[in-house]
Design a protein around this ligand. Structure first.
Ligand code: NAD
Length: 498
């Protein structure tokens, strides 16, 4: 299978002559090729989008909302088909793939409220015979650059919001799993979106740089690793664009002595190892407070990590998580585990040698559990993005709080406790964007907003929810005076509230 781009309302073949391989991470087989666009192909898509945006931006918001409504229906209709393709290119389990789609679908549902979200503000009688009103207008052509780990959800966070707000969109999805984004674009067409409003341009750095330098593209929303997020932010801003970039993470979960230990262990198993740890909201550091809490935690966690079921998505519900995305990711993560051992952490459960019969070429690895991890170790400072959980023991609450506070990343965090005072203090003081209280993966729902702090997020405003609409629109404010409020003669001083 050769996947090209989606431009002007249809699939088009790539013309650059450059391709990337698409793999099945469970088997290591090459299942297809994806075209990597050149600058001419990008320019064509952008020109097309600019033309289409004129009509789409002038379409009333309720009609735009109806397209989103129909898109939601089609996502439900094609859920299994999309999830199957998503699992085969990403490796995540079938239920997790459906979750990926549903969390995007929820943003599409939120966007049905576009008419309400785009309503402006009005002040009657701001002065004598003067009315003042502000409106939110689309930016024009905007873009989204998205990572491999949520190939349905994150593209939908971006394009649903931007399109419902009246923009035309260029999506540059991850070249690792590009098929679902193209299928989503087809569904948007079937839902009634005019040709050219949503375009998928597949590619790598060449097309990303092209997007960042393109004078027509007004805004760029990026999600991926922190070094690339910073690069995209810097280059996009230097070119005068509105840019928001969301990067990597190191999410800590604090377990207080009064926490329900069984609940905390369940939470860590799901949040630490689900999707093989390839989630930006995965918990990768557990911080038990007090030696006794730590001993109880590790004692309960170890057999659960050893018992994790790992396999291909085709094995059905009997699998907890699947393979990693690439052999390079697998060897990088195993290398980090080696380094953790070298640097003195205690590897309580070692999943490095995990092998699955019949899937020897898949990127599988077992769950790893480290105890006695310290702040200076690479497994603590770096984002691992794999099925590896590190336990860092803290003497007391203040020491525990200091760990996520002083880490460079600030995406998500959680505290497990029965004590309301401690939970409230934690939620109030922590310098992290998304906080869970007895909730290990506190991903905000579509009508709230998603975004990390510190080096997990660059730029203003969060993703989806009301912030998403703000990011993909700009405000215009009109001051209108009617003849009854006009005085004769020119005025030479700045108007003030008299
Ligand atoms: P990545 O940074 O490798 O790729 C993200 C996008 O950038 C892709 O579309 C890719 O093609 C492009 N890209 C890669 N290298 C580039 C380069 N040198 N120049 C220009 N563009 C380039 O990230 P990934 O491996 O696909 O995704 C995993 C990362 O994303 C993790 O760090 C994870 O924490 C992060 N992530 C963050 C969030 C969030 O909201 N904070 C959500 C999901 C994933």
């Amino acid at each position: 299978m050769e996947l090209g781009h989606f431009v002007g309302g249809k699939r088009v073949p790539g013309r650059s002559g450059r391709f990337g391989n698409i793999f099945n991470p469970a088997t290591g087989e090459v299942t297809g090729k994806v075209a990597l666009a050149n600058l001419d192909e990008l320019r064509e898509a952008v020109t097309n989008a600019a033309q289409a945006q004129i009509g789409w931006g002038a379409t009333n918001p309720q009609r735009r909302a109806r397209v989103m409504m129909q898109f939601v229906n089609l996502l439900h209709r094609d859920m299994d088909k999309l999830a199957e393709v998503l699992s085969s290119e990403h490796g995540k389990t079938f239920p997790d793939a459906k979750g990926d789609i549903v969390r995007g679908l929820e943003v599409a549902e939120f966007c049905i409220g576009a008419p309400h979200l785009l309503k402006g503000e009005f002040t009657e009688g701001a002065g004598p015979g003067i009315d003042m009103y502000s409106m939110r207008q689309p930016l024009g052509v905007v873009a989204g650059i998205t990572p491999f780990n949520f190939p349905a959800m994150i593209p939908m966070w971006k394009f649903c919001t931007a399109i419902a707000a009246g923009n035309a969109f260029i999506l540059k999805p991850s070249e690792r799993n590009p098929t679902v984004p193209v299928m989503l674009a087809e569904l948007m067409m079937e839902a009634g979106l005019p040709e050219g409003v949503l375009n998928v341009v597949n590619g790598d750095k060449e097309v990303v740089d092209g997007i960042l330098d393109d004078p027509i593209i007004q805004a760029v929303g990026f999600v991926g690793s922190t070094p690339i997020a910073e690069y995209v932010y810097t280059r996009g801003c230097a070119n005068g664009k509105r840019v928001q970039c969301f990067g990597g993470a190191k999410n800590h979960m604090i377990i207080m002595p009064d926490a329900d230990m069984d609940q905390a262990v369940d939470a860590l198993i799901g949040a630490g190892y689900g999707a093989a740890g390839e989630r930006c909201m995965a918990i990768s550091v557990a911080v038990p407070v007090g030696e006794d809490t730590a001993d109880r935690l590790v004692e309960k966690l170890a057999p659960r990590v050893e018992g994790l079921k790992i396999g291909p998505y085709t094995a059905g519900d009997d699998v907890d998580f699947g393979p990693l995305i690439t052999p390079e990711a697998l060897s990088r993560i195993k290398g980090l585990v080696d380094r953790g051992v070298e640097q003195g952490a205690k590897l309580v459960v070692d999943g490095r040698d995990f092998k699955l019969q019949g899937y020897e070429n898949g990127n599988f690895m077992g769950g790893c559990l480290f105890d006695h991890v310290t702040k200076d170790m690479d497994i603590y400072t770096q984002e691992i993005f794999g099925p590896v959980l590190s336990v860092v023991r803290a003497k007391n609450y203040d020491e525990a709080l200091d760990l996520p506070m002083s880490h460079e990343y600030g995406n998500g965090t959680a505290i497990f406790t029965r004590d309301g005072d401690t939970a409230r203090d934690f939620a109030s003081r922590i310098n992290i964007g998304m906080v869970g209280v007895n909730v290990p993966i506190p991903v905000p729902l579509a009508y709230h907003t998603f975004g990390g702090w510190k080096r997990s997020g660059f730029g203003d405003l969060n993703q989806h929810g009301p912030d998403g609409f703000k990011f993909y629109t700009r405000t215009k404010t009109v001051t209108a005076r009617w003849p009854s409020g006009l005085k004769d003669g020119a005025e030479f001083v700045i108007p003030t509230m008299k």
